[in-house]
Design a protein. Structure first.
Length: 270
């Protein structure tokens, strides 16, 4: 039995394919700095954006079921847009604890834009989802929404968190993929519809070559987590968090310094 299971405060579980969920975890820790944390990364399944919907609809609930059984969290956050848009309902049906998902921030982007032209950067799986179509119809029907799949940004973000130089060409190509579309010259707001992408916000801003608002859903997710756990009494001090991977522990050793900034010092394999 782990410390997370025996402590008085059950942990918050964050789930992603890799390090992208840190963009959500960081905002959550601003509101709940002493919450015990389990961060789970499905490196054995990376990248989700290239997998079929049927595969993810089966894989994600199965993995989360194992994680919940081991760590007994009080709440699960699927800090991955692709997994959320495909498997969120399946996970909620399988688990008996609150599950918070991650969806593209189309509504706040539509309220922020001045030109009426919004870009959406995501994985191939996310940008094609009917869920995104519904969000666009509900909240941005009078806006022009340009979509571009940029799965290579996942690897650029992973490289940055390892302390390596991210692929600047891939970042430039992602922005060009939006701005070179018809109407792209008027683009003033970009939705980062993958939790990895906010980790590259500075690099994307440089590649835009003009002022652009970059928006993601991390703050809204953090507020939702805080609301759902509002009656919880947290420890007086931040406990050591746990990183769990479906891949090999040795492969994630280079991420230890990045996770240490979030109070995560124990690394385990699922």
């Amino acid at each position: 039995m782990t410390e997370a299971q025996t402590g008085e405060s059950p942990p918050l579980l964050f789930f992603d394919t890799g390090v992208g969920g840190l963009s959500v975890l960081g905002e959550t820790m601003k509101l709940l700095p002493n919450a015990p944390i389990i961060y789970a990364a499905d490196y054995a399944g990376l990248p989700y954006g290239m997998k079929s919907e049927a595969e993810l609809a089966a894989r994600v609930p199965a993995l989360l079921g194992r994680l919940v059984e081991r760590y007994r969290p009080q709440l699960v956050t699927i800090a991955c847009n692709t997994a959320s848009t495909i498997a969120l309902d399946h996970v909620r049906s399988a688990l008996d604890i609150p599950v918070v998902g991650t969806v593209p921030a189309i509504k706040p982007a539509s309220e922020l834009t001045s030109s009426g032209v919004i870009g959406l950067l995501g994985t191939k799986a996310t940008i094609r989802q009917p869920y995104v179509d519904r969000l666009a119809a509900d909240f941005a029907a009078d806006k022009k929404l340009l979509r571009h799949a940029a799965p290579e940004l996942v690897y650029a973000a992973e490289a940055k968190l390892r302390g390596d130089q991210p692929d600047i060409r891939a970042i430039a190509a992602a922005m060009s993929g939006l701005m070179d579309q018809p109407g792209g010259e008027e683009l003033d707001t970009v939705i980062l519809a993958c939790t990895h992408f906010p980790l590259l916000r500075e690099e994307l801003a440089i590649a835009a070559r003009k002022p652009v608002h970059f928006i993601d859903g991390a703050q809204g997710i953090a507020r939702r987590i805080a609301y759902l756990t509002r009656d919880r009494i947290w420890p007086k001090h931040n406990e050591h968090g746990i990183f769990v991977t479906t891949g090999d522990i040795i492969d994630v050793a280079s991420y230890r310094p990045a996770f240490a900034k979030y109070g995560i010092s124990r690394f385990e394999k699922l």
